[in-house]
Every structure is written in C-alpha cells, then in structure tokens.
Design a protein around this ligand. Structure first.
Ligand code: CP3
Length: 647
C-alpha cells in the first residue's frame, strides 16, 4: 500500500508508523505555523483601527480572533489594542469568539446565535436592538480560511464598506516541491491511502493542486483511494471540500489512525473501487462525463514504462505483465454490470468501455491497460449480424461461400462505423495513469475470416478451409477487404491514444504450416506493415508451435505465444531479435497457489536476463479465475523478476 500523509513536524514519526504497518510512506509536509509577526493583513487592520477608521469588527472564529489580538499585542502595547477595540462595535459569531473576547476582556456588542451562518449574522445585525446601522460604516471582517463572499456582498448591499482581515495560523511550507510531487503521485493514481490529521491540510493540498491545474484529477484519484481522517473536525473539513471520508479510527490518535486504517485499507479499496466503477457505469458517478483531465506530459512518462521498454527490448528492472482478457467475466464487478447490460451495448458505449478498461487496471495493477472491446465488432459494419450471449459463444450471421458473397460484404470503414471505439480509447487515455501504456487491438485477418465464414466458433474450420482451398480468389478478396479495414482500425486507435497494438490470431493453430505460409502470412504481414511506424505491435497466436518461425515472419515487435510450448524453446524458434509475450497456462491460476507460482518462476527463469519478455498468460483469463489469483500473479511476476534480474 502506498500511503500519503501530509504531516510536517510529525513527518518522521508518521513515516515510521506507516512502515511498521507494512505500508510505503509518502510524506508531503503541507503546512508551517505562521509566526505572529508575519500577519501583514492584521497589522494593516491595526493601522486603520488606531486611526479611528473602523466602526465594526466581526469576529468569525475563536482561533482567528486570538491570533488577531495576539498579533496586534505583539507589536503594540496591549492597553492600546484593548482600548481601540473598545471603541468599535464587536460582533462575535457564536461561542468560540465569545470565549476568546471575554478572556482578552474585549467588550462584545452582539453575539450571533447558532447556527451562525452568514444568514444569521446578517439577520442579527439587521434586527439588533442596539441598532447597528451598516450604511456608510467601515466593517472589518476577520476571516479564517476561505472568504465568505455571500456575507461580504450582503454587508455591501447594506451600504457597508467591507475590509476583510484574513488570519491564518498555518501557511504553506516554504518549499512546496514535496507536496506538489505527492499531489502528482496521487493524481496519477499511484497511491492507495491518504491520511488526514487536520483541517488545514485539506485546504493546503487543494490549494496547491488548484495552482498546478491538478485539482480535478486529484479529487478523482482521492475518491478512488481510501480517505482516512483522524477525527470529526478533519472529517468536516474533508466533507466541506466535497471529499467523502472512508475511515475514522476508534480514537483520534496518529498511531491508531495508521494501524486501523492500514488494517482495513485492502478491503476498503476493493469495495470502493468496485462500487465506484459500477456507479460510473450505471450513470451516477460523481465525476461522470468525460472525467478529469489527465496530467500532461504523459507520453514522455510512458516511453520509459516497463511495458514499452520491453517492447523495444530494452532492459527493465522488473518484467512487465498484463493479462489477455483482463477486463472480463472473472471480475465480480464486471459480472454485476453484465447482469444488467448486454455485452455489445457496453462495447458501443465509449464511457462504459473506458470505465471497464480502468476497472481492470484498478483490480489488477498490471503494467498496461487493454481496451475493453471485442475483435468481432468489425462484423456489423460489413453487414453481418452479430450476437453474443449464446451457449456456443458469439454468433456471426451470414454465410460466405463464394466470391459473390464476399463482394457483397461492406468495407469496415472504422472511422465511420467504429468511431465509438476511438472515443473509448480517448476517454481511457484521459483518465489512465499517464505512466501506463494502453494497448489497442484487432483480430488478425485469418481469425476474423474464420468467424465470418463459420458463423462462430468451430472445431474443424471446415468451411473456412474449403473456401481457402477451393476459391483462392474469394479467399484473397475477403482477406484483403479485412486487412484494408483493419489497418485503418488500428491506426485510428493509435491516433486516439493507443500506445501499442496487439493482433489476435487466436485460431491460426488450426492451419497446416503450408496453408499458413501461403494463404495467411502475406495478409497478416500487410496488416502489420500498415501500422503506424514506431508503435509496438504484439502478434499473438495459439496452437502455432509448429510454425512459429513463419508466424514471426508475418511481423510484430513482440510475438505472443501460448502455453503449449516452453518459453525458451519458443524464443529460440522465433529468434532473439524479437520480443516475446507469454505464457502461463490460464488454467494454472485456478489451481493451488504454489503450483502457479512454481510455473511462473519457471517461465521467468526461461526468459533469463534477456530483455524483451512481457509476461502474460498463454491465452485469455478464464471466467472461473479467482480475481485474487490474477492480482497476486501480477505482484509475483514483479517480485520474482526483480530478484532474478538483480543477481
Ligand atoms: O483483453 C481484454 O480484456 C480486452 C477485451 C477483449 C475482449 N475480447 C472482451 C470480451 C479482447 C482483447 C477480446 C478479443 C477476442 N474476442 C478474441 C481474441 C482473444 C482470445 O481470447 O483468443 C476472441 C477470439 C474474441 C471473440 C469472442 N468474444 C469470444 C469467443 C467471446 C465469448 C467467450 C469469451 O471469451 O468470453 C467473446 C465475448 C467477450 N469478449 C467477452 C469479453 C469481456 C465476454 C462477453 C460477456 O460479458 O458475456
């Protein structure tokens, strides 16, 4: 857990407490006490007061009233201060200023009753028996925190000349660098818990965030993490700033706050992120719409991510890992949503598609996000029916048996027909951690052709193979039509913000090496050659161990291999001048933890210290996979690979 605290004088003990509870502390001092001599606004008020230019003083808070009188008395004789205050009408807002004024022996003209909001203050003045006339009067308004504009304008409307006297006990630290960096970390979604121990921290953090243009992403990210408050006053300040508090300790003590908050954090995070995404998906998220602006400069940050470095076969300190189908049915929050909304509706709604993409990232913490979508979406633009939800998987309606049928198929024209996918990419990019790459994808021409021809999943792929063998013209026309559209489709995703793309040739393993080489490879190669240069391409297939070399010849910076082959043997087959992705059997994650850990270590050892390995499953996550196992796998890959690479 990465835990942020805003302690200043208590920075060291706070860091130690967090570490002792197993957290990784990020301490960002957010305040410094303002010495009395620094209260310039108070001294300016004093000048006017002594010159007889003030008629009325409104004391808004106890703390502020005390600082005001103490600051004046630190520079001028206390007698002079008291007698000057005795010459003006003093209005106390509620019991706290009353207490201080009595203690300092300043006569009080009027006490504003509870709940003493600006309305009561104005009403009390209007109705006062001593007839406090505001017309033409100079009114000093002691402020603490933000100015109350409604009060100021109500006073002005009554003819008063208002002089705000801002008083702060706490100011920002001299150096706001550490605080700014902490805000950037939070805003980028790289922290889990924030600990708040007083109200001024809330004001200061939001103030600095606003100055850096990070308030919206900060708020969004805070809401996604655990917000822990030490007690009621701090909670009130957080709530007053529209931040909802997730946790308060049993006693308002720092040690208890850290201990109890960290003990609960994991559960709170899980619940919170799940409901947060659901709320967003069901249309009532607090920050719905297109969400906050992501911090700028993301592309530079991403270039050096584990994932993109591995795509370029540069050394990394740990092996990057993501999971095919990481956004899917094994996630309980996804299933909950799917109980209400059909799959295709989700795919076509950019907001929901973006939200599910991010949901998976939050649930797993992988090194890359993959867009939530499906490779079969190209069927509808081509004029074919598409249905999900049946027992045998997706169904594509239409029968392609000859050239005429192929000619009748429409062009995909993604910019017209699949614009919702590009919009989803843009929305993910705006909200995703700027350091995390986003993977776009499409089906390879062969796998898509097989779906279009068979109408769905198939065992023998008989119709596909028949067309391929019997009518080369029709076959090539179909493959070319698909390839044309797919090039535009992937480049559109890249333009919208995808940092890498994966081409899924899921069913390629049903082919003989000769058929692959002659009838499929040239088309896939043309697709991959058509992708914008400089953007890494992962070329994934299953069941193709026998012709991995040819598969690689079709292109790709990284070859995705399934689990039916040893990773080192596969890498040797494709050549070490290309990256490799894979290849734990997804079923392993449904088995005992020591089993999949052993298999994971084995794969990492097979990759050795060679750069260019991206860890993944050998095929998509299975729906029955425990989400904890998927998350634990990601952590395990990071930990074990870091250790292996450091020796
Ligand atoms: O990887 C991700 O998390 C991103 C989203 C993604 C989906 N499908 C979502 C999906 C990706 C990259 C795909 C690719 C895809 N789609 C492939 C290639 C990858 C692979 O697993 O081989 C294939 C063959 C398809 C076609 C497809 N779509 C099938 C066979 C099915 C049904 C069975 C299944 O795997 O779920 C789908 C539906 C589908 N695609 C779902 C999801 C989350 C489940 C739909 C539901 O919620 O009911």
């Amino acid at each position: 857990m990465r835990v942020v605290a805003f302690e200043s004088r208590q920075a060291e003990p706070m860091a130690a407490l967090i570490r002792r509870r197993g957290g990784e502390p990020l301490i960002a001092p957010s305040m410094r006490e303002v010495p009395l001599c620094e209260h310039a606004a108070v001294f300016a008020f004093g000048q006017k007061l002594f010159a007889g230019e003030i008629d009325l003083l409104i004391c808004m808070t106890g703390v502020g009233t005390r600082i005001l009188i103490d600051a004046l008395s630190s520079r001028y004789p206390a007698e002079k201060v008291l007698s000057a205050l005795g010459n003006v009408a003093v209005v106390a807002r509620g019991p706290k200023p009353v207490k201080v004024l009595k203690e300092k022996r300043v006569p009080i003209t009027l006490v504003v009753p509870e709940p003493n909001t600006w309305v009561e203050i104005v009403q009390a003045l209007d109705l006062s028996e001593r007839g406090i006339q505001l017309e033409g009067k100079a009114v000093a308004l002691q402020e603490y925190g933000v100015s109350n504009q409604r009060l100021i304008s109500a006073l002005r409307k009554r003819g008063a000349e208002v002089h705000p006297v801002p008083v702060y006990r706490w100011a920002l630290p001299e150096d706001v660098g550490p605080l700014t960096r902490a805000i950037e970390e939070i805003a980028a979604g790289r922290t889990d818990v924030t600990l708040w121990t007083n109200a001024a921290q809330v004001r200061h953090v939001l103030q600095v965030a606003a100055e850096k243009g990070l308030e919206a992403p900060l708020r969004r990210a805070l809401e996604r993490g655990v917000i822990a408050s030490i007690g009621p006053t701090t909670t009130e300040a957080l709530q007053g700033a529209s931040l909802s508090v997730d946790f308060e300790p049993s006693h308002p003590k720092m040690g208890i706050l850290v201990g109890e908050a960290l003990a609960r954090a994991e559960d709170l995070l899980r619940e919170k992120r799940a409901t947060w995404h659901l709320k967003g998906l069901l249309g009532s998220a607090p920050f719905g719409g297109s969400g906050g602006q992501a911090p700028s400069g993301g592309e530079g940050l991403r270039r050096d991510s584990l994932f993109l470095k591995a795509c370029r076969r540069e050394p990394t300190e740990a092996t990057p890992v993501w999971l095919m189908r990481q956004a899917g049915r094994y996630l309980p929050e996804y299933r909950k949503l799917r109980a209400r909304v059909p799959f295709l509706t989700l795919c076509k709604d950019p907001e929901r598609a973006a939200e599910i993409t991010l949901m998976a990232v939050d649930a797993l913490r992988p090194d890359a996000a993959i867009l939530f979508s499906d490779l079969l979406l190209v069927a509808e633009p081509m004029g074919l029916g598409l249905e999900y939800g049946g027992e045998n998987g997706p169904v594509v309606a239409g029968s392609l048996t000859d050239l005429e049928a192929v000619d009748r198929l429409g062009e995909i024209r993604p910019r017209d027909n699949l614009a919702f996918v590009f919009e989803a990419v843009r929305r993910v990019r705006r909200r995703l951690d700027p350091r995390l790459p986003l993977i776009g994808f499409c089906g390879a021409p062969f796998t898509l052709a097989s779906y279009l021809i068979e109408g769905g999943a198939s065992r023998s792929f008989l119709h596909t193979k028949r067309l391929m063998a019997a009518d080369t013209g029709a076959w090539d026309a179909l493959m070319e039509k698909l390839t044309r559209g797919l090039i535009e489709y992937l480049n559109g995703q890249i333009e919208a913000g995808a940092d890498a793309v994966q081409v899924f040739d899921t069913w390629v393993g049903c082919l003989s090496p000769a058929d692959y080489r002659e009838r499929v490879l040239p088309h896939t190669r043309r697709l991959i050659e058509g992708i914008a240069p400089g953007v890494p391409v992962i070329h994934f297939g299953t069941g193709n161990t026998a012709f991995l070399k040819e598969f690689r010849q079709a292109g790709g910076d990284v070859i995705g291999v399934d689990f039916r082959v040893e990773l080192d043997a596969a890498w040797k087959a494709i050549g070490h001048d290309v990256g490799i992705q894979g290849n734990l059997d997804p079923a392993a994650l449904c088995g005992p933890v020591p089993f999949w850990k052993e298999r994971t270590r084995r794969i990492l050892e097979q990759a050795g210290s060679r750069p260019g390995h991206i860890f993944n499953l050998g095929h998509g996550v299975l729906p029955m996979t425990p989400p904890e196992a998927a998350r634990a796998l990601i952590e395990e890959v990071h930990e074990v690979s870091r250790r292996l690479k450091s020796v």
